[in-house]
Design a binder for this molecule. Structure first.
Ligand SMILES: NC(=O)c1ccc[n+]([C@@H]2O[C@H](COP(=O)([O-])OP(=O)(O)OC[C@H]3O[C@@H](n4cnc5c(N)ncnc54)[C@H](O)[C@@H]3O)[C@@H](O)[C@H]2O)c1
Length: 246
């Protein structure tokens, strides 16, 4: 893909799942990948896989809900790698429970990690991208943004990311910074594999392609949106869901 080589791009939640697949794909595209995760060992393992495949990567520990952590990471990356060109706000968690059983803590955790984290990331990384003359951001929304059983917290956060993504796109087009989101359906990652198999089979009845996505099938779309091949694409929410009509 055009325009990715030698760019410095931070991927949060890079220790496993979609974040790991994205780091590997970006490494293949010649990106210097910053593998960021609260799981420091996992982030390092992903960075090692990128370098073993011939790419360039560093690992950093981040807590995406913390402004101080974002400041420390963006400062370190700028000092070590010279700047920041892109950001993938991928770190996420679920705390599923039906509305009547959901606790304040379930609500706060899902909103903080899935929505406040990306908001902080955009706010703190964008000045670094402006200093480089532009950049690109991809946020991880979800089909769950339309509402999903047991996910009043997660659905609200993933719907909130639509507003965040579009607002960042509108406010920062003048700085040559594009912001888009991907909205996956069901992807084979540790987050989803924790759900019982019969429940996952039930989900497939409404998926025309009748299968879950591989993490690499999300990573390829993220790479496209970060690249110059998507130079006129901003403020979009790209569904990657095997054709589900939600
Ligand atoms: N798997 C799916 O089917 C699916 C579908 C739609 C959207 N998504 C979204 O895609 C993203 C990645 O999902 P996944 O399935 O790969 O998840 P995952 O649970 O496999 O991995 C998430 C990663 O985020 C990290 N993380 C969690 N909280 C963090 C925090 N506070 N600070 C820093 N790192 C943190 C974890 O350590 C982990 O490495 C999430 O935002 C998720 O909501 C996933």
């Amino acid at each position: 893909m055009r325009g990715l080589k030698d760019k410095v791009i931070i991927v949060t939640g890079a220790a496993q799942g979609i974040g790991e697949a994205t780091a590997l794909r970006l490494g293949d595209e010649g990106v210097t990948v910053v593998c960021a995760d609260r799981n420091a060992d996992g982030a390092k393992a992903t960075a090692d896989k990128v370098t073993a495949a011939g790419g360039r990567a560093i690992a950093v520990q981040i807590e995406v809900t913390s402004r101080d952590s974002w400041m420390a990471v963006t400062g370190q990356v700028t000092e070590q790698l010279g700047g920041i060109d892109g950001l993938v706000n991928n770190a996420g968690v679920t705390r599923d429970r039906s509305l009547m059983k959901m606790t304040d803590d379930d609500w706060a955790t899902a909103i903080d990690v899935n929505l406040k984290g990306p908001w902080l990331g955009c706010q703190i990384a964008i000045p670094h991208m402006q200093a480089r003359g532009g950049g690109a951001i991809v946020n991880l929304s979800s089909d769950s943004r339309w509402g999903a059983f047991g996910q009043s917290n997660y659905s609200s956060a993933k719907a909130g990311l639509v507003g965040l993504t579009r607002t960042v796109a509108i406010e920062h087009a003048r700085h040559k910074i594009r912001a888009n989101a991907v909205a996956p359906g069901v992807v084979k990652t540790p987050m989803v594999m924790a759900v019982p198999e019969e429940v996952r089979k039930g989900w497939m009845t409404s998926v025309p392609m009748k299968r879950e996505a591989e993490p690499s099938e999300i990573a390829s779309v993220i790479a496209f949106l970060l690249s110059d091949d998507a130079s006129y694409v901003t403020g979009q929410i790209v569904g990657i869901n095997g054709g589900s009509v939600i």
